[in-house]
Design a protein around this ligand. Sequence first.
Ligand code: 4NP
Length: 148
Amino acid sequence: MVCLGNICRSPIAEGVLQSKVNSDLVYVDSAGTAAYHVGNAPDKRSIDIAFKYNINLKNQKARKFSVIDFENFDTIYAMDESNYQDILKLAKTNAHTAKVKLILNEVNPHSNQSVPDPYYGGSQGFEKVYVMLEKACSIIAEKLQNDR
Ligand code: 4NP
């Protein structure tokens, strides 16, 4: 799960998907394309909205997306078009490129919609983001279940 800062959107996506899969079988992580917040906990507004739905984000720590992630993960979900392009710039092979997806295309295939960046807005934006990611992660978890 990849966004810009790894403190607002992708920590929610990580927490929500993690809550829907068997952790013995599926490894979920998140990262940011920018390094501004490396080492920081998620934004309090993300922690609060997730807590409202019984998901704990407090143990997460921001890290920067790395080219090694193309090897370590089967699928890389970008939150928005800008993250998507930044990740693709780091891809070295067609296999890497094929792993990168816009997360909301799981909900509305080929629509290329972005999860809006809630950082500069109020808590309503975080609620909206949460609902979008909950929907996307339900679909992803179901697909992972069917893949087994
Ligand atoms: P995120 O949100 O990419 O969902 O973690 C942001 C967090 C921080 C900044 C921008 C977006 N920032 O500019 O510091």
